[in-house]
Ligand binder design. Structure first.
Ligand SMILES: [Zn+2]
Length: 253
């Protein structure tokens, strides 16, 4: 980073820092952050501060979002890019947080009479070159340690879109293999489909089966929320995500 950008970021960090109490309240129950070392947590807080300073965090009518809500969203948004850098979020400007609303979780019964819980992707959206849209009640749920995390999901879509339309493959780092990535995710997808067809429990949300980009976003949620379970079920996907995010939340490598 050149000196001008470094200076600008230092100034933003001073001006926009979250208060200790606000930060603690916003993040204390976030399961996805528990693997961070103290120094990573410090860097996460800085990254969250910069995200809060550089993006517009808005309510649907355009009013600014309360600081407590910004802190929670920004903390989670900072996690995937903690070892990648904030440049991965370039090219778009705003995060819009609805109080509630466009959540749709329902159950459906398949031909075999098995009832599945289905989540429509309405607790959040990520537009190509446009805003990230979230429902606050789902952002609050991010503390539930159930493997769901709408913020990680939508920001994973943003990383996926860094090389064009979301397709389940973000720009891979030097040394990573597109073939290995595709093989890992395809095998996991096929296993999930088999298990879903057989009515067996799934390690990740069945929403992963909707499309390759949903598979990447859902696997990202699991990677940070339930890393051990993901590493056991789909070790090849887990290794690809360790290589991509440059983090090992399950302590497996
Ligand atoms: Zn999605």
């Amino acid at each position: 980073m050149n000196w001008l950008r470094r200076w600008r970021r230092q100034r933003l960090l001073r001006r926009h820092a979250f208060g200790d109490a606000a930060w603690e309240r916003a993040t204390h129950d976030l399961h996805a952050l528990r693997h961070l070392t103290p120094s990573q947590h410090t860097r996460l807080r800085e990254a969250a501060t910069l995200i809060a300073a550089e993006k517009d965090f808005l309510q649907p009518g355009g009013a600014p979002l309360p600081e407590a809500q910004i802190a929670r969203v920004a903390a989670l948004a900072a996690l995937p890019v903690l070892e990648l850098g904030l440049d991965w979020y370039r090219g778009w400007h705003s995060v819009i947080v609805y109080p509630t609303g466009f959540v749709a979780r329902h159950t459906v019964e398949d031909e075999a009479g098995v009832v599945h819980e289905v989540r429509e992707d309405l607790s959040g959206e990520a537009w190509d070159a446009g805003p990230v849209i979230l429902a606050w009640e789902d952002v609050l749920d991010a503390g539930a340690a159930d493997g769901y995390n709408v913020v990680l999901h939508e920001f994973a879509h943003k990383l996926d879109m860094a090389n064009g339309e979301a397709n389940g493959m973000p720009p891979l780092h030097r040394g990573m293999s597109r073939a290995a990535w595709t093989a890992a995710f395809t095998a996991a997808w096929e296993d999930l489909q088999r298990r879903a067809d057989a009515g067996l429990p799934l390690v990740v949300d069945a929403y992963a089966l909707e499309a390759p980009e949903e598979c990447f976003a859902v696997m990202t949620e699991a990677f940070f929320e339930r890393p051990q379970a993901l590493a056991e079920a789909y070790p090849a996907v887990y290794r690809q995500l360790v290589a991509f995010y440059r983090q090992d939340p399950g302590g497996r490598t």
